[in-house]
Structures are given as C-alpha cells and as structure tokens.
Write a protein that binds this ligand. Structure first.
Ligand code: ADP
Ligand code: MG
Length: 604
C-alpha cells in the first residue's frame, strides 16, 4: 500500500498562505490590489490592532456575482487570466488566484458585495469554509472584512513583530499602492485615527504631499523621458531633503510598485554627488512599458519582477535624474523660520504618521529657493555626461512652482560682486537679491572635479615624462590585482611597469595630473581600482575625479586676493553643478535682502 496522498484543499491553502500572507500588511496589499483590479475609484481601509484584530477594505468596484463568491476562495481561482497566452500580457495587479484562498484559510472572512445588475449578498467563512451566505442590501462594490488573522496558525502569530512595526509595514504598503494609483481615492484609518487620505485626482504630486507632507512636496521636480521601450516620469525631491535609507525611493512599473536593486541604484547614481554621504533621496519613478518586457511571476507577492532590457532602463533613469537635478538652482538660503513653499491648493491631505516628523523649527533653517528656470527642455546631454545617450530622447523638467522671472540657461549663478574674504575660507559677495557666502574649498573641489572628470574621459591624453620615475611597492595581494585592473588604470592614464617583485614603475603621467603629492595620488588611484575591482570605467572615472579634486583644492584658511576670488567664481559659474561639492555639501548660501531687512527689524 502506498503512503503518498494528496493534501486536503484546506491544508494545502494554509501552507500556501505562508508565502502569500506573511503578515497583516500582505493581507492589506492583496485586498487593496483586488479592489483596484475591480475598477474601484474609491478604496477605504479600516484597521484594528495593526490589522491583527481587523482589516476591512471597502471599494466601489464592479463587485462579485453571487454565484462566483464561493469559487473566488478556491485556490487558483481567478477571473484575470484564462490561458498561458494571457500570462505574458498581464495588466492587472493580481492573476495567480491564490490571495483570497490563502487569506481565508488563516482567518475569519466576511464578504459583502453587489454588482450593479444583481442583488447584494453577504457570505461568511471560517478557516476557509463557507459557514453562511445570505442576500443583503448593500451598495455596488465590495467590502471584505478579515478578522482574527492567523487564529489557526499560532506560530505565525507569534512570529509577528510589535504592532508598531506591523502598522508601519501596512502604511508603507498602502503608501506605495497610493503612489502607484493617484487616480484612486484612498482613506485609511487605524483605530479611528486617519493615517492617509488621497484625493484621487490623478496627480502623483498630491499623493506625495499626502504621504510626505508639505515641506517635502514643495521640493518636487518632475521630469519625463522615453526610449523606444520605456517611458519614464520622475518625481524627484530636491537633495536638500534626504532620508537615512533607500525606502523612500519608490519604483512603479505599469502601476505596480516593485523592488529592484539595479533600478534603485540608478536613481541613487543620478543624485550622486548632490547627496551627502550616507543620505538617500525621496523620489517616485513611474515607468510605463509593454507588459511583454516584464515577468511579474517570479515571486508569489509579485514585489520582485524580472525585466528584459534592464540596462536600458537603468541608463534612462540615471540620466534623467542627473540632467533634471543639474538644471535646478540649488542654493540654500538662510531664513529665520521655515515657510511652506507651496501654496495651499484644492484639497489637502494629512501627513502620514510613519514618516519622519520634521525637526522643530530652528532659528535658522536651510531652504532651497524655488528654482528660477521655468519649464525648459533639454534635448541633448551636457558635454561631460558619463555615458552617451543611446536613444533619442527628450527630458522635460518641470518645477513645482511657476515663476515669471526668466533666467538664461547658461547663467546658473546670479551675478556676484566680491566683497571680501572671511577667515581666509569664505568669500562674501553681494548680488541684486541679497548676500551670498561661498565656501572656497567646496567651490574649488567642484571646479576641479568637473575638470578632471572631463580630462579622464578624453581619449587623447598628453603625457609628460617624469624626470625620476615613481617607484611604487605593493603587497603580494595588490600586485596580483594590478594585472586585473590595468585596463582601468590605462583609461586613467596610468601605466604600471613591472620592476621585479611587487615593485612597479610609473615613467610618465598625463600632463594635467595634479603635481602636488603625485606619488600619493597615483598610489590612491591604484588602490581605488584594486579595492573596487570593478571594470566599471564610468564609476572609476567619477571616483578618481573626486579624489584628485580633493587633493588639488585650496584648503580652507588660504588667503585669496580679489582677482583670485573673482576667477574662482567665474570658473564655478561654468561648471554644470555649481551648487554642491562632489561630496554633496553646499557651495553657496544666501541671505536674501528680505531676510537681512528682517534681521535688522526693518520689515516684520
Ligand atoms: P487574483 O487577484 O489573483 O485573481 P484573488 O484570490 O485575489 O486572485 O481573487 C480571486 C478573484 O476574486 C479575482 O480574480 C476577482 O475575480 C475576484 N475578486 C477579488 N476581490 C474582488 C473585489 N474587491 N471586487 C470584485 N472582485 C473581486
Ligand atoms: Mg488578487
């Protein structure tokens, strides 16, 4: 007699539930996605005890046929695909037909629903078994209530984190869905406290306002770009506002919020030197593409997806972010109190509780002014763009605020009159709209960085023979790695000639190499290549430029005469990003005339 048998359906569902329904947030995600798939324009979520006691999702979608109701709770029951062919062109959020079966197997569920052409009904299930079903009066749409989650899987219940953590996870899930569907009106309550309210007007910036608050929303810059395969809409919060982790970079592919390391990385690379080290941006990137290019069926929760042509999309994202931010004027100005920069528009939303609360208003606060450039389009990348654009594309940057004042594109900096130097470190300037202070060291780092970056990318290198070759000694391990990275080093103009043992000679260097501490620079360049062991030339070029710029720059505490200061400002004005040093620190700050008048109590 054999010993293998098929598991009873209920048990199989409960096992499958382990994958789909990990925690309350997964239930919320599945139910809300179902509501959106049902064409809802309004979704209300009510929670008790971080969803463990109760999750109720009400929608105004098309509802269930009464005769479908029980079937919907069977495993692999779906209305969304019919055959294999459909699997390659998925336009709905769900399609695996497992969510309702899984959820019902580990909780008590009540389903109330009505289609426009039918009478409403109410059905109750316990542990996946239908216990009752009756006609009832209700509105068109669906209301699903899930209570006593994990009542029959105590191990799962025990594994849950504190309710604050579970609630934070639910909020994160709902925020992502709300960002992916700005056309749907969401309201979310936890124990009668409102957590999120969006207005459903289709404007993603309004959703960002609802989630991140007004201060962040006032710093959004929007850009769009496309290739043959992808069309991208990027909503970037200017780098003045940062976060301590990558969670605030949201990726949306065809209306689905997804996780993808390479794409997130491209966003970070786009911000690159504008962010202080260890800080991350807030950004929402919406990508539209042919569903044929995505495989969403690689994970039960569909959070991770596989993309064909991922590299192409990475490049599009990186360049769009880079170009857009570079077009902005990013001078922090000193104000006495934080002022909201966005006027109250139509319906405004509440601030999400889970987002870092803004620090209390300090006496002075950094604030980037609203950019002066009105809408403008850039049709070609600037000269030193690290990788050439492969496809014809247009990036349109659009700033949140409309201003009337026009700034010619080349003049990234206002006209600055040098007044003098402070502490041999800061340059004080007057301008039409106030007073500017420049950090001379940061300014020079930026100028040199861009110079070296350009030189490093230039294939025609002019060399100078060294009178005395540099003799560099390495460890055994380093010496082995040198072979490996020699193509990168050559790219940077360095040829290391083996000289027996672990010693190498450098006989010539490009003419533009910083002369100061040449040996130190060359050694650092080699070590950097070895450390990264990457063959990513673009990345190396950037790091090498930062390194050389750092070495070369005038340090603070260095007296400059008027002419030197003017020259520095001139050079700075010609850079592509004159507002931050390559490490992301500000180069200039501004006191507006108005702020000065306020300080002297000439105005109130
Ligand atoms: P999937 O979403 O993968 O199809 P689910 O188990 O989540 O599987 O749902 C099963 C089916 O139940 C769906 O295909 C859909 O037909 C129906 N359904 C689920 N939720 C709703 C809802 N809120 N409104 C209308 N129909 C729904
Ligand atoms: Mg579903």
């Amino acid at each position: 007699m054999g010993i293998i048998r098929e598991l009873p359906e209920q048990l199989a569902n409960r096992i499958a539930a382990g994958e789909v329904v990990e925690r309350p947030a997964s239930v919320v995600k599945e139910l809300v996605e179902n509501a959106i798939d049902a064409g809802a324009t309004k979704v209300e979520v009510d929670l008790k005890e971080a969803g463990i006691q109760l999750i109720k999702v009400r929608d105004n979608g098309h509802g269930f046929y009464a005769e479908d109701a029980a079937r919907a709770f069977l495993r692999h029951a779906t209305s969304k695909i019919r055959d294999e062919h459909d699997l390659f062109r998925i336009r709905t959020l769900g399609f695996r037909g497992e969510a309702l079966a899984s959820i019902a197997s580990v909780s008590h569920v009540t389903l109330k629903s009505k289609r426009v052409d039918e009478e409403g009904f109410e059905m109750t299930l316990q542990g996946g078994v239908v216990t009752e079903k009756n006609p009832t009066a209700t509105n068109v749409g669906t209301e699903i209530t899930v209570s006593q989650l994990f009542f029959n899987t105590p191990a799962r219940l025990k594994y849950l984190k504190t309710s604050a953590t579970e609630l934070a996870s639910i909020t994160d899930t709902l925020n992502r869905i709300a960002l992916s569907h700005p056309e749907v009106r969401f309201t979310v309550f936890h124990e009668e406290k409102e957590l999120l309210r969006t207005n459903g007007n289709g404007d993603i910036k309004q959703v960002m306002l609802a989630i991140y608050g007004r201060q962040v929303a006032s710093q959004i810059v929007t850009a769009s770009s496309k290739t043959n395969d992808y069309s991208l809409s990027a909503h970037l919060v200017r780098p003045e506002v940062t976060r301590s982790n990558k969670q605030y970079v949201t990726l949306i592919l065809n209306g689905r919020s997804i996780k993808n390391f390479a794409l997130t990385q491209s966003v970070l690379e786009g911000y690159h030197t504008l962010l202080p080290i260890g800080r991350f941006p807030i950004a929402v990137l919406e990508v539209k593409m042919d569903p044929m290019l995505i495989d969403v069926n690689v994970h039960p929760t569909k959070r991770e997806v596989r993309l064909s042509k991922e590299k192409e999309l990475c490049q599009l994202i990186r360049e769009t972010v880079q170009l857009t931010l570079r077009e902005q004027r990013l001078i922090p100005s000193v104000t006495q109190e934080a002022k909201p920069r966005v006027e109250q528009r139509s319906e405004q939303a509440k601030i999400d509780f889970s987002v870092e609360t803004p620090a209390p208003v300090k006496e002075t606060e950094w604030n980037y002014p609203i950019p002066r450039e009105p809408r403008e389009s850039v049709s070609s990348p600037s000269k030193w763009s690290p990788t050439p654009l492969v496809h014809e594309r247009v990036v349109e940057a659009e700033s949140e605020e409309e201003t009337t004042e026009d700034m010619p594109k080349k003049e990234r900096l206002p006209a600055l009159d040098v007044i003098g130097q402070l502490h041999a470190s800061y340059i004080i300037c007057g301008a039409e709209d106030g007073m500017y202070i420049l950090d001379q060291h940061a300014a020079q780092e930026r100028i040199k960085y861009e110079l070296f970056y350009e030189r490093l990318g230039n294939p025609e290198k002019e060399y100078q023979l060294l009178l005395l070759p540099l003799t560099l000694e390495f460890t055994q391990e380093e010496a082995l790695a040198i072979e490996e990275v020699s193509p990168i080093l050559e790219e940077a103009g360095l040829q290391l000639e083996p000289f027996g043992g672990n010693t190498y000679l450098v006989r010539e260097i490009p003419t533009w190499y910083p002369q100061h501490d040449l040996e130190g620079t060359v050694r650092d360049l080699v070590e950097m290549a070895i450390r990264d062991r990457s063959v990513d030339i673009a990345k190396y070029r950037e790091e090498a430029s930062i390194l050389m710029a750092c070495k070369r720059s005038i340090k603070a505490n260095h007296p400059l005469n008027m002419e030197m200061m003017r020259q520095l400002i001139d050079d700075l004005g010609r850079t592509t990003s004159p507002f931050t040093c390559p490490h992301g620190r500000p180069i200039l700050v501004k006191w507006s005339t108005y702020e000065l008048e306020k300080l002297f109590k000439r105005v109130m």
